[in-house]
Design a binder for this molecule. Structure first.
Ligand code: ADP
Ligand code: MG
Ligand code: MG
Length: 916
């Protein structure tokens, strides 16, 4: 191997590191070091740093001195254990484990029992007097190494693991039900068979030299940083490619040496509900991967109390120590070797949104963390999970009565999901791309299934426990998930499964209840979450719902901490009511055009009819006549909204879309409208033709409409202000804000402000009442941002319309971006969809500049954002940093925005040391 020069320390023994060294040692390495330091029983080992990975990824070479440092650390392990690597009498055996800075469950591959060959295995037999055990370790090693290092994997989605196939064949030949029924000789034969598989597939022979094995494994871990599934995972969770993984080399301990041994995975609290109870699973006489891979279904950890009482007591102490030292819920791995406990890993546990909130609130109340930390512990997006649907109780009861509950597994990810069954991840992706709602059914999942899991509504597995891969990943993705549903008899090749006497085929509808673990035939009606039932439907009292209590505590803390105010985008009184329930402090965007599209009722048709009359009018008088019909309709809408919003500020935008959007473009539709309006179809067609623009996004819309047809703005201003007078007359101190869209120059806004102000004076004198109102503008054309100091001369507030601002800054149309955006994202040309998350470095500059320039002219200028970005956590934090007064988003995103705003304030204060 070639070496390149990168000097310094490349290898750390566990006792030389600590939990603060995650960037260098990876999460697993840093925490193994921490546990060693605080005196927990960790098998000795060392970590090769992430810096070595970065160099290796870039140039496929190792830095100078690495071999020497590894040799030295290895010698240290030999001294510690009194065993020698490759010793035929008493060989030192190692695990080689990857561990990136951010935990990437199952993304990287681990190799156990390294150091075995036909010579050393005899040493193990001699030491343990247990040939069966020795050969069991050996065959596991050969298959893991063959898979991970030498690349002997299934070649397509329907093929099984080549080593599994041989194992199954052997079991069948011997009439063995379990692996454990095979004899030492069987396993010895299997080792030879596995080696033949390797040679057959790769043309290479299996390496016997332990050192060659070790370097092969190290190289494979470093290379795995660049494999597809690791890249996919990083893509999903925004982990930079530059972080790299560390390699941990550790002395093996054995949970598979007999019935006085075992292995397990535990959580310091329940990761699904968040409840403060010890939670986990173990298997007697098994090696690590058996629990996490979900191949055998393990037993609940509380049963350890009966099996290994001393170990159980020790674990209860470990649980306290870990939470105390690491100050968060931990997910840890342990192994019991002949009655002795060893800790193999700990990390912050993945959890459902519900659990994240509960654990954060509980830990703050227990005094383990401060409320600010509690707020930082929850990802704003996780709040969405509290708003997720559950099955309608009636539909569920009906299903139970009809015997449609055909199986029950472990509830690993809460929520209710319904969809059509598919049997592999690739199909889940394809079906979902076609717009199908799917449930992914597998025996158990592996990292290759990530994309399919992401595409599915829910995940159902026959094998595995609450800590299996499927459960872990589902919880993180916030997917509904059931695991370990052993009653399912799956025929993957035939794409069907049987359960409870029914046969379900690919494409059939099923439903899964992620709260109870029930699998139900058919499509089931769902209903809103408890939080929604308390807040919106009021069908539940707050004190009846524990979920609501945690939501509410979190929101109270967030509200006390944030500076940024939150408003909602709401067009109608019912939406405004939802917004208030979710904590809106105002309306940031009320779009008036939606009001013109009524429903099929007579009133609804009158709305669009009057609008079309206005559009068809040839003279100002005709237009005024049509507008006069719209006035009372709009006034009533605004009255309703003001009544709901009370004293909160309400920003109403004047007409924005191009007029052709209000007329049908097809002949049949035009004929119908013609008949309704009492004009000829040709008249309508001619008008549509007349309104045609080559690029409507940049055409006659926004304030350009109000400038060309001032009577539209006047009518709208009148409707708003008359409504305000009416509600003020009812004793409410209303605060309307009239917002002029698509302004690019001060003069445009000045024109519209003058129109509004003239109308205001008329209305106030007619009504004998004045209302405190403001006129301002959207900043959505780059020119408005560039000349914001001038615009602020006539604007009393700014609201960033970042959808249009993004379109115009990038020069892309949202409606056409679908043709290339996916490609751009896949190839990393753009880091993210700029319509989903604000482009801070580009569009953000315009925003920041406009805020500064606007405030320079008018210090009291109110500034907010009303584009989709107002509900995106990273964008919300940006808005905080540039000094906006509020963000406005859809009502259902408000909880997310409130928490993100609180986090922005905490981050800015710098009072918390934040791990990133
Ligand atoms: P992952 O990142 O996928 O969790 P790990 O490195 O934790 O991978 O290893 C996979 C399995 O191997 C775990 O179950 C772990 O307990 C087991 N394992 C790793 N190192 C050792 C060791 N030194 N002795 C015994 N089991 C080990
Ligand atoms: Mg692994
Ligand atoms: Mg692990």
């Amino acid at each position: 191997m070639t070496e390149t020069s990168v000097s310094g320390k490349l290898v750390y023994k566990f006792r030389e590191g600590n939990k603060g060294m995650k960037a260098l040692l990876g999460g697993k390495g840093a925490n193994l070091a921490e546990m060693t330091t605080i005196g927990l029983p960790v098998p000795p080992g060392f970590t090769i740093t992430t810096e070595v990975c970065n160099l290796y990824s870039a140039s496929c070479t190792y830095p100078d001195g690495l071999t020497g440092q590894v040799d030295e650390a290895l010698a240290d392990l030999e001294k510690d254990t009194g065993k020698r690597f490759g010793d035929p009498q008493d060989p030192l055996l190692l695990s080689v484990r990857s561990g990136a800075r951010a935990s990437m469950p199952g993304m990287m591959d681990t190799i156990l029992n390294l150091g075995l060959n036909d010579t050393t295995v005899a040493g193990v037999v001699e030491q343990t007097h247990n040939p069966r055990f020795a050969y069991d370790c050996y065959r596991r090693f050969v298959s893991m190494y063959g898979d991970v290092v030498m690349g002997c994997k299934p070649e397509d989605k329907d093929e099984a693991d080549p080593f599994e196939v041989e194992l199954e064949k052997m079991k069948q030949a011997r009439g063995a039900a379990f692996d454990t029924d095979l004899s030492a000789d069987d396993l010895k034969e299997l080792v030879a068979t596995f080696k033949r598989v390797v040679r057959g597939r790769t043309g290479q022979s299996f390496p016997d030299d332990p050192r060659e094995q070790l370097w092969g494994a190290i190289g494979a871990v470093f290379s795995s940083w660049g494999n597809d599934r690791a890249i996919a995972y990083r893509g999903l969770y925004g982990i930079p490619d530059s972080w790299g993984t560390a390699v941990n080399v550790q002395v093996m301990v054995y949970g598979n040496g007999g019935d006085d041994s075992g292995t397990g995975v535990a959580f310091t609290r329940d990761p699904a509900s968040g409840e403060n109870v010890f939670y986990g699973e173990f298997l007697v006489n098994a090696q690590g991967e058996d629990v996490v891979s979900g191949v055998r279904t393990p037993r609940p950890v509380v049963e350890l109390k009966a099996v290994f009482p001393d170990v159980f007591d020790q674990l209860m102490e470990v649980r306290q120590t870990l939470e105390h030292e690491l100050r968060d819920m931990q997910d840890f791995e342990f192994t019991v070797e002949r009655g002795r406990l060893f800790m193999l890993q700990t990390r912050n546990g993945k959890r459902t949104g519900l659990a994240a909130i509960r654990i954060a609130v509980d830990m703050a109340e227990e005094g383990l963390i401060a409320p600010d930390e509690a707020l930082m512990r929850v990802e704003p997006e996780q709040l969405e999970q509290l708003l997720r649907p559950i099955f309608s109780p009636a539909a569920k009861q009906q299903a139970v009565k009809e015997g449609r509950v055909v199986a029950k597994g472990l509830p690993a990810g809460p929520g209710a999901a319904t969809g059509r069954v598919v049997f592999n991840a690739a199909d889940a992706v394809d079906w979902a791309a076609r717009g199908e709602q799917v449930l992914l059914l597998r025996d158990f999942t592996s990292p290759e299934d990530i994309r399919g899991m992401s595409a599915a509504q829910g995940i159902l597995t026959a094998q595995g426990g609450m800590t299996s891969h499927a459960a872990l990943v589902a919880r993180q993705m916030g997917k509904v998930c059931i695991v370990g549903c052993q009653e399912l008899d799956i025929d993957s090749a035939g794409r069907s499964f049987a359960a409870g006497g029914a046969v379900v085929r690919e494409g059939d509808w099923i439903s899964i209840d992620g709260f109870t673990g029930e699998v139900i035939l058919g499509q089931l009606e769902t209903r809103p979450s408890e939080v929604l039932q308390v807040l919106l439907e009021r069908s539940m009292k707050p004190e009846e719902s524990q979920t609501f209590k945690y939501y509410d505590d979190m929101m109270k803390w967030a509200d006390a901490r944030r500076r940024l105010r939150v408003r909602a985008n709401a067009d109608q009184p019912d939406q405004a009511a939802n917004a208030v329930a979710f904590g809106a402090q105002g309306i940031g965007l009320c779009r008036t055009e939606h009001m013109f599209f009524g429903d099929e009722s007579a009133e609804g048709r009158a709305r669009i009819g009057a609008m079309r009359e206005m559009i068809l009018a040839d003279t100002a008088e005709e237009r005024e006549r049509a507008l006069a019909k719209l006035l009372p309709i709009q006034r009533e809408d605004f009255t309703g909204i003001f009544r709901v919003m009370g004293e909160r500020h309400v920003t109403i935008r004047t007409l924005d879309p191009p007029l052709h959007e209000f007329l049908p473009h097809d002949a049949a539709g035009q004929a119908e409208v013609a008949q309704q309006m009492g004009v000829s179809a040709e008249t309508i067609a001619a008008k549509v033709d007349d309104l045609h623009e080559n690029n409507p996004m940049l055409g006659l819309r926004g304030c350009r409409l109000g400038i060309t047809f001032p009577e539209i703005t006047r009518m709208q201003a009148r409707a708003i202000l008359e409504a305000a007078c009416i509600v003020k007359g009812e004793g409410v101190d209303v605060h309307p804000e009239i917002m002029i869209p698509l302004v690019g120059a001060k003069a445009e806004l000045a024109d519209q402000v003058a129109q509004v102000n003239a109308v205001a004076e008329q209305v106030f004198s007619e009504r004998g009442l004045r209302v405190d109102f403001q006129v301002g503008t959207m900043i959505e054309i780059p020119r408005a941002a560039l000349t914001a100091d001038e615009v602020a001369d006539v604007a009393q507030f700014f609201s960033f319309g970042t959808n249009d601002l993004t379109q115009m800054t990038y020069g892309i149309s949202r409606d056409d971006a679908g043709k290339f955006l996916p490609d751009y994202l896949k190839r990393d040309i753009w880091p993210a969809d700029p319509f989903a998350s604000l482009d801070q470095s580009g569009v953000g500059q315009l925003v920041q500049m406009a805020v500064q320039k606007g405030r320079a002219t008018r210090p009291e200028l109110t500034v907010g954002i009303c584009g989709e970005h107002g509900g995106d956590p990273e964008s919300v934090k940006f808005c905080h940093r540039v000094g906006m007064d509020y963000v406005s988003c859809s009502p259902f995103r408000l909880p997310v925005a409130r928490l993100a705003a609180a986090q922005a304030a905490i981050e800015e204060s710098g009072e918390l040391e934040l791990e990133k």
